[in-house]
Design a protein around this ligand. Structure first.
Ligand code: THG
Length: 265
């Protein structure tokens, strides 16, 4: 399971202040803590800084990569900000995200081709986010066909079913899980990813829902998660679920996590 650390996001007030002040220590430390906790990628998102992303996003990339040696998940809807960030990124970045919306697809595609980046593809198009898993899979299929026709390999593509809170629709958990299953079953080599914490929005004891949903997603075949790796409960559930689902040979990662004291819940 690939872990994308989500904490460097200006929707969090302290992060927004740090990015505005160009506080490299604060951002660097947040990156280090996530990588030490097990993040394989670090997400960088400054979407709340409207009109400033084109300068702020490449600053984030340089600041994070000065402190940690992992590739970044470059999280923006703005193609100019993505381009500026890709220009300064070292290694193979993950672009977060393309969609099947006509304008968004057209503007992001050449950036992926030029930089050889991986990409998260959201199950939405010009009609919005489809209601059912059948319809979300149809969008995923179209995205994969179009990305492959443009030269991307299946392994470079991460389909995100899009998680909507179960407080706003009781079937939204099932819809996401079914979409993950369909992609894994029908699209050979294509990866799945999702942001976990949205599932519990508007409900109490969110960690209970988040960790249970993480286990269910793993069972459905999820390959990667955008999450808070410093949340020890999630990491413990993750290692346990991997071991139980035969995704951890000789329970090696589970035992290693135990030795490092990382299985406390
Ligand atoms: N899919 C993809 N990208 C994504 C998401 C997704 N990027 C953004 C988001 N969803 C995942 N990232 C975050 C980052 C921070 C928080 C949640 C998700 C967070 N939230 C606080 C909370 O939930 O309590 C609220 C913010 C605060 O601290 O005030 O921290 O789904 N491809």
């Amino acid at each position: 399971m690939l872990i994308v650390g989500e904490l460097i996001n200006t929707s969090r007030r302290k992060v927004e202040a740090a990015v505005r002040d160009r506080d490299a220590d604060f951002i660097g430390e947040l990156a280090e803590r996530q990588v030490a906790a097990g993040a394989d990628y670090v997400d960088v998102n400054c979407g709340t800084l409207v009109g400033e992303e084109v300068e702020a996003l490449p600053w984030l990339v340089k600041t994070v990569q000065a402190r940690v040696d992992v590739p970044l998940c470059i999280d923006s809807a703005n193609p100019e900000a993505i381009e500026a960030a890709l220009r300064v990124h070292r290694g193979q970045a993950m672009v977060n995200s393309i969609t099947a919306e006509g304008d968004r697809f057209e503007s992001f595609l050449p950036l992926l081709q030029e930089h050889g980046a991986s990409v998260i593809a959201l199950c939405m198009d010009d009609q919005g986010i489809p209601e059912t898993s059948e319809q979300r899979f149809e969008v995923a299929l179209r995205l994969v066909e179009d990305l492959r026709a443009a030269g991307l390999k299946p392994e470079q593509i991460y389909i995100d079913p899009l998680i909507r809170p179960i407080s706003t629709g009781s079937q939204f958990g099932v819809t996401a899980l079914e979409t993950i299953q369909r992609v894994k079953q029908h699209l050979n080599g294509v990866h799945t990813i999702c942001g976990l914490s949205n599932i519990s929005f508007g409900l109490p004891k969110r960690r209970v829902l988040n960790m249970t949903f993480l286990a269910l997603c793993l069972s459905a075949g999820l390959d990667a998660a955008i999450m808070d790796p410093t949340e020890t409960v999630n990491m413990a559930i993750l290692r346990a679920a991997e071991a139980l689902l035969g995704r951890d040979e000789y329970c090696r990662n589970y035992l290693e996590a135990y030795r490092q004291g990382k299985l406390s819940i």
